[in-house]
Design a protein around this ligand. Structure first.
Ligand code: FMN
Length: 310
């Protein structure tokens, strides 16, 4: 068994966290990751309601047992933090507060009996979340799917490990036992996996998203803000989103068009236009596989690779 701070703290058997993925990771995916021995996080998007969260939490617990976790986008709580209240009412064990300063919220997370963790993209972010009192940090690299920063996973992970006494996890580009073994050997306590799970039948979202991901290679993603503009998502400028390149990005990425022009050209139900957020690990996702198999496979391969050094 791969024994780390993460597995001991949560009483789990695999040092893997199913990444919170707004619009893709609901209760079924999270529950299967937890049932396989990791911890699946439900991605809470700005538009989710308390009723939706409650239903997804019930599903996750039915499948995975009591252990529950959510991921929120910190910047989106500034105007209205009711989503955090709705999440905490469900008694999660872990709350991920990423993309922004979690200081106003960490105390509430702790008072509700949960661990607060934050994905970070720079050393300046590390200092901010340390000051906020989080329990662990996740070094999220540029190759990650969805919104992320501009430094690659390995340089960021090394720098963060050298710079903090907090437990550190890695995110971005980890989709096989080789990736997990690499970050554990470097000193990480575990990894977030997102893209690796996105061809699993338990994900939510359009069917074409799974098909496009399976067809894509590692060079077929683009780091862009065009889908935020297309969907009027007010993400702070420093975070772009990594998605599969498609006809829409070929036309609009880097063109400098205004938001309304981009939004007018967008139709999310067209498979050649709609956004499929995914990371460079897309090249490692070759078939539709149940999420539990993906998690067990990554863990078993990492364990076998790391046993070479015993
Ligand atoms: C479709 C998708 C949606 C995401 N949504 C969120 C989110 O709502 N909140 C968050 O903290 N991170 C989000 N992320 C980032 C993931 O939490 C994680 O950092 C990333 O998936 C790790 O990299 P990988 O995709 O290479 O495994 C998302 C990623 C993807 C692929």
């Amino acid at each position: 068994m791969l024994d780390t701070w993460l597995t001991r703290e949560l009483g789990i058997t695999v040092p893997l966290v199913g990444a919170p993925m707004g619009g893709r990771a609901g209760g079924a995916l999270a529950g299967e990751v937890t049932r396989a021995g990791g911890l699946g996080l439900i991605g809470a998007a700005r538009y989710n309601t308390a009723e939706w969260l409650e239903a997804e939490a019930r599903t996750a617990r039915e499948i995975g047992g009591g252990l529950l976790g959510f991921g929120l986008m910190t910047w989106s709580l500034a105007d209205d933090d009711s989503l955090l209240g709705a999440v905490l009412a469900l008694r999660p064990r872990v709350v991920s507060l990423s993309f922004g300063d979690p200081a106003p919220y960490v105390r509430r997370v702790h008072d509700a009996g949960a661990l607060a963790i934050s994905q970070i993209n720079t050393i300046d972010d590390l200092r901010i979340v340390e000051a906020a009192g989080v329990d662990a940090v996740v070094a999220q690299g540029h190759e990650a799917g969805g919104h992320t920063g501009r430094v690659g996973t390995l340089p960021l992970l090394q720098e963060v490990l050298e710079s903090t006494s907090l437990p550190v996890l890695a995110a971005g580009g980890i989709a096989s036992g080789r990736g997990l073994a690499a970050v554990l050997a470097a000193g990480a306590e575990g990894a977030f996996v997102g893209t690796a799970l996105l061809a699993s039948p338990e994900t939510v979202g359009p069917a074409y998203a799974r098909e496009k991901l399976i067809a894509a290679g590692s060079a077929d993603t683009v780091y862009t803000d065009v889908f935020d503009k297309a969907r009027h998502q007010p993400w702070p400028q420093r975070w772009g989103g990594r998605a599969l390149a498609n006809d829409f990005t070929a036309t609009w990425h880097g063109r400098g068009a205004d938001e309304q022009t981009i939004a007018d050209a967008y139709t999310g139900d067209d498979p050649d236009i709609g956004v499929v957020y995914a990371g460079e690990a897309a090249g490692l996702v070759r078939e539709q596989r149940p999420a539990g198999d993906v998690i067990r496979g990554i863990a078993a391969q990492a364990e076998s690779l790391l046993s070479r050094f015993r």
